[in-house]
Design a binder for this molecule. Structure first.
Ligand code: FRU
Length: 489
């Protein structure tokens, strides 16, 4: 039996989704199709397919009562929409089914673990962790919900800011990490353990912000990768610095090893993405053992500026990325499945760039483009610009300064109708004036992977598709190798 609220969402989708022209949707980035989308949820392998749920309000392009939307894929590129999976239809989640995760149970059921936002008797709000079971399409909320509530919180833990459980299998049962705001104003990631995914107990504090990385810590994910324990989370109210963490909502990766009390001995800290539109990432392990991450391709602070008002949806996911840890750093690259979508290869090697240059066959808005640049000629090489989504008065530039070892991305002419955060500079590793930039372009986005995935930087773009030019310029002379594939999706 599905609730009235869920039936309403599914009827609405069934009526609206078929009428939406694919020409207004991103080609290979997930959207709700209709309505509002934020965090990825329940990213999991289930019965041989990858399922992705998301924070979703089907009826309007703004955040409101959170449902869980649902899509699935076999290759992370082509996604199939499934009916809305959950609506806020219980007393304990009447203010929203907030973010969470999913696992396949040994008995073949799909388990969703999420935050229910409910009312307290005095009109306040309370967040508890809840469960639903399903078959990959239909989900039923567990009659014993909530499975984790404030009674399990350590001293000083908040029952109002207690959310986003990420569940995973362990040798002796299940483990979940969740975000919390402690009474001393610090964000924390708390761990819980269970033998059966239903009965939980508190198992320790994995990490906390210690007044350095913001306040509430949202959407934690803890996994083992390349011999390290990796904790990824999304802190709020960070005082960023220009070259690394953003002010406000940002993403943080802590790399180290878990101690017996489940606290993380930190060896390295970094931002996950150096762009302007990346939040609340979540990972899964693929059937062939790859750790793959996906994030909401948006920044909370710019959601109220609607670049294209008539679009039926708001919010997209990033392209899923494969993760590695190398020399204490998180390395990210597009899932290898993207390569199967490459069309004809256009390559130009050892091109000398000084004045503005366009190259035959190098243009488009659905592209996988790699540019390697190094000092060329005799003059001093001081700057290299790669311009994309250019034309009709639009242009987005990626500017490398070899002397300062920085990249500055400027999307102020990318179609945002008002000034939002449009420029982002980040430091890159000194490689004697060399850099490799891989750029993935879709209808409304640009994802940059620097030096084989040492850094990633994600930006939403809203230039119309006719702005499909690509050009190169340098101060001094640069030598560039360019490889460009149109993506056939
Ligand atoms: C992160 C977040 C989560 C919460 C969800 C609500 O973007 O604030 O902490 O569960 O969004 O939609």
């Amino acid at each position: 039996m599905i609730s009235v609220l869920l039936a309403r969402a599914r009827d609405y989708e069934a009526e609206r989704l078929p009428k939406i022209s694919p020409a207004v949707l991103p080609r290979f980035h997930v959207t709700g199709g209709v309505g509002w989308l934020n965090d990825p949820n329940g990213f999991s392998l289930y019965r041989g397919e990858y399922h992705l749920f998301f924070q979703y309000y089907p009826y309007a392009t703004h955040w409101s009562d959170m449902h869980w939307g649902h899509v699935k894929t076999r290759d992370f590129i082509h996604w199939e929409h499934l009916p809305c999976a959950m609506a806020p239809d219980m007393q304990y989640d009447c203010r929203g089914c907030f973010s969470g995760s999913a696992v396949e149970l040994p008995d073949g059921r799909h388990l969703l673990m999420y935050t229910g936002v409910g009312n307290t008797s005095d009109g306040g709000e309370v967040q508890t962790q809840c469960i639903a079971f399903g078959d990959g399409v239909d989900y039923e909320k567990y009659e014993g919900n909530p499975v984790i509530d404030s009674k399990l919180l350590p001293e000083g833990g908040s029952s109002v800011h207690f959310r986003d459980p990420k569940i995973c299998k362990t040798d002796d049962g299940w483990r979940a990490v969740a975000g919390n705001l402690c009474s001393d104003g610090n964000g924390a990631v708390l761990m819980f353990k269970s033998p059966d995914a239903l009965n939980w107990q508190y198992a320790g504090k994995v990490a906390s912000s210690d007044n350095r990385f913001g306040r509430m810590w949202e959407c934690p994910d803890l996994f083992r990768l390349d011999g390290k324990d990796v904790l990824i989370l999304s802190p709020q109210e960070v005082r960023g610095d220009n070259l690394d963490f953003l002010n406000g909502n940002t993403t943080l990766c802590l790399i180290g090893s878990l101690a017996p009390d489940n606290s993380l001995n930190r060896e390295a800290e970094q931002t996950v993405d150096y762009g302007l539109d990346f939040y609340a990432p979540q990972t899964l392990l693929t059937a062939d053992g790859r750790r793959v991450i996906i994030a909401w391709m948006q920044y909370w602070n710019s959601v109220d500026v609607r670049p294209v008002k008539e679009l039926p949806f708001f919010g997209q996911m990033t392209l899923p990325r494969e993760l590695r840890v190398e020399n204490g750093r998180l390395i990210q690259n597009p899932v290898r499945e993207l390569e199967a979508c490459r069309g004809e290869r256009v390559a130009h090697s050892k091109v000398m760039i000084a004045e503005k240059t366009e190259l035959p066959g190098v243009n488009g808005r659905c592209l996988d483009l790699t540019v390697s640049v190094r000092p060329g000629g005799s003059g001093e090489f001081r700057r290299f610009n790669l311009n994309v989504a250019e034309g009709c008065g639009y242009l987005t530039s990626i500017c490398f300064h070899p002397n300062e070892n920085t990249v500055l991305v400027d999307r102020s002419k990318s179609g945002w109708p008002q000034e939002v955060m449009n420029r982002k500079m980040f430091a890159v590793d000194d490689k004697n004036g060399e850099i490799t930039l891989r750029i993935i372009l879709d209808r409304y986005s640009m994802e940059i992977f620097v030096n084989g995935g040492e850094q990633a930087a994600t930006f939403v773009l809203f230039a119309p598709e006719e702005a499909d030019g690509i050009s190169f310029e340098a101060e001094g002379t640069a030598e560039a190798d360019i490889e460009c594939f149109t993506l056939l999706i």
